[in-house]
Design a binder for this molecule. Structure first.
Ligand SMILES: Nc1ncnc2c1ncn2[C@@H]1O[C@H](COP(=O)(O)OP(=O)(O)O)[C@@H](O)[C@H]1O
Ligand SMILES: [Mg+2]
Length: 197
């Protein structure tokens, strides 16, 4: 960090924004294999929050790789930088008083821990979407598994690149057993229980 850079304390605080909005802010960090349902559930939760008048937003892996992180590959070091930057962006959104649903495979435990440590206690809510790879592969919403099996995608999570499961996620969802509606209602119930809503 440059020695001439000093943090400027904001005049309007995160707490002020919580008071204005009538709810707290946090990041719902969806993690799981490709096709496990991260984008689907992140958007479904975001929609449910939006319909209740809650300030929310989705950060989605593919979309971020179109812009902010277009310079990064899927190698381990670049995946780490991808997640670090997203963590920092999510932190800004949380500071702005919103509930962020982030949808990134984020396969490495250490990278997710790094992001968790950027946040205050209770602000980082890890949601592990467990789904057997065979089911993810049969869904194959973007045809990526087919390409990966043909060897057309290097370092594909679950096939040629590892996925490290969270040890103690705040929320555990088996997307091959629960409907989208059930999953959304469980997540909203968690937010109410934690007095975020
Ligand atoms: N219970 C469920 N929860 C989430 N997604 C589901 C569920 N059942 C079926 N799906 C389908 O699985 C696919 C998941 O794709 P997507 O959300 O793009 O996954 P990811 O973002 O994790 O790669 C979608 O086509 C979705 O409709
Ligand atoms: Mg997705």
């Amino acid at each position: 960090m440059g020695k001439n850079i000093t943090w400027h304390q904001s005049t309007v605080t995160k707490m002020d924004r919580h008071t204005l909005n009538g709810h707290k802010s946090c990041v719902l960090w969806f993690t799981g294999l490709s096709g496990s349902g991260k984008s689907t559930l992140a958007n479904a939760v975001d929609h449910a929050l939006f319909m209740r008048g809650i300030r929310s937003y989705v950060l989605d892996g593919d979309n971020i790789r179109h812009g902010l992180n277009r310079d990064l590959s899927f190698r381990k070091e670049d995946r780490k930088e991808n997640i670090r930057r997203i963590g920092e962006v999510a932190k800004l959104f949380v500071d702005s008083g919103q509930i962020i649903s982030s949808a990134f495979i984020s396969p490495y435990l250490a990278d997710r821990e790094l992001v968790r440590n950027m946040f205050a206690e209770g602000e980082f809510i890890e949601i592990y979407l467990h789904c057997p790879i065979e089911v993810c592969e049969s869904r194959d919403p973007k045809g990526l598994y087919k390409k990966a099996r043909k060897g057309e995608i290097a370092e594909f999570t679950g096939i040629t690149s590892p996925y490290e499961k969270p040890d103690q996620p705040e929320i555990f969802i088996e997307t091959n057993k629960m409907t989208i509606e059930q999953s959304v209602s469980d997540i909203l119930a968690y937010l109410k229980e934690r007095k975020i809503l």
